[in-house]
Design a protein around this ligand. Structure first.
Ligand SMILES: [Zn+2]
Length: 100
C-alpha cells in the first residue's frame, strides 16, 4: 500500500493511502467532504492549480500568485504615500523655521 497526497479546494494537502481511493474524507482544515482521488488525478489537479497561478509549496497551496503580487503592490504604494507625507511635513517644518 502506498501513500500519496492530494489537494483540498482550500489548499490543504491531505495524505491518503491507495486503499482509500474513492472513499469520502473530511478535510481537517476546512471541514468539506471530498472523494479521495487516484494519485494520477491528484497530480493532474496539482498541475492544474499551478497552471492557474497558485503558489504550490511542499506543505500547502497558497493564494493565487497574482493576488499575492497585488498585495505587495498595495504595501509598496502605502510606503511611498507615507514617505511623501513625511517629506511634505519636513518641508513645511523647514519652511516655517526659515521664516522665523
Ligand atoms: Zn480543505
Amino acid at each position: 500500500m502506498s501513500r500519496f497526497k492530494f489537494v483540498c479546494g482550500c489548499g490543504k494537502r491531505l495524505a491518503a493511502y491507495d486503499w482509500m481511493i474513492g472513499q469520502v474524507v473530511t478535510c481537517p482544515k476546512c471541514g468539506t467532504t471530498q472523494t479521495v482521488p487516484t494519485p494520477f488525478q491528484a497530480e493532474e489537479k496539482l498541475a492544474e492549480m499551478m497552471e492557474r497561478g497558485y503558489s504550490v509549496t511542499r506543505r500547502k497551496i497558497g493564494i493565487p500568485v497574482d493576488q499575492a503580487a497585488r498585495k505587495k503592490q498595495v504595501v509598496i504604494l502605502l510606503a511611498v504615500a507615507a514617505a511623501v507625507v513625511l517629506l511634505l511635513v519636513a518641508a513645511v517644518v523647514l519652511f516655517y523655521s526659515f521664516i522665523k
